[in-house]
Design a protein around this ligand. Structure first.
Ligand code: DC
Length: 192
């Protein structure tokens, strides 16, 4: 509980990929004046640090886990809000654009699979949530990070709806693909 404002709660949002959970979480936080934490952005920031420091193999995107684990104490992640936009800070530098790039998307899964990385980020997320009044989204937020969250939301949508959503995002970014290809990827990610 936050002794200065006992009415503040923690809201944990999980859901299927491309279900719109991040947009929903961001919008909700803005509407009720809470802080929004994009936990995926934190994994992306760690992946960017690994990429910049030569810890990712160019050949197969595998991670030098030992080096990354040793570097974890040097990695500070925070968020900065300017007007309507929220940016991710890696050691004080705004990396919001860079963490969304394909190079990071391609190596973030193996980075997020390293138990020590998860452990460090979960601890950081729990610290960010100490004063409550936050909306956090991500796959383990309602289970591992804030198992006692007062409100937990799981966002669902059909595979077709999610594929359409993702296709629109990709077209906007100029990435060539088809609905069938994206739908197959959505179904396969659900399975994994
Ligand atoms: O939601 P996203 O694509 O920005 O997430 C980036 C990566 O981090 C993706 O591989 C899922 C992973 N992730 C995670 O393991 N745990 C979270 N709480 C959030 C994201």
């Amino acid at each position: 509980m936050n002794p200065n404002n006992p009415s503040l709660i923690t809201i944990a949002i999980d859901g299927y990929s491309s279900s719109g959970k991040s947009s929903m979480a961001r919008h909700l936080a803005k509407t009720i004046g809470y802080r929004y934490i994009d936990s995926g952005a934190m994994y992306r920031a760690v992946a960017l640090h690994a990429l910049r420091n030569g810890m990712i193999s160019h050949a197969d995107n595998s991670v030098d886990a030992d080096r990354l684990i040793a570097a974890l104490p040097e990695i500070a992640i925070d968020f900065e809000v300017t007007g309507d936009t929220q940016s991710t800070l890696l050691n004080g530098e705004n990396v919001e654009t860079e963490i969304r790039a394909m190079a990071v998307s391609q190596c973030v899964s193996p980075v997020a699979a390293i138990p020590q990385v998860r452990h460090a980020l979960v601890a950081m997320q729990q610290k960010m949530g100490e004063s409550k009044g936050i909306v956090m989204d991500g796959r383990d937020i309602g289970t591992t990070v804030f198992p006692d969250a007062e409100m937990k939301v799981f966002v669902r949508a059909s595979a077709q709806t999610r594929a359409q959503r993702r296709l629109s995002e990709m077209i906007e970014k100029g990435i060539a693909t088809t609905f069938e290809e994206v739908l197959a990827n959505v179904v396969s990610r659900d399975h994994i």
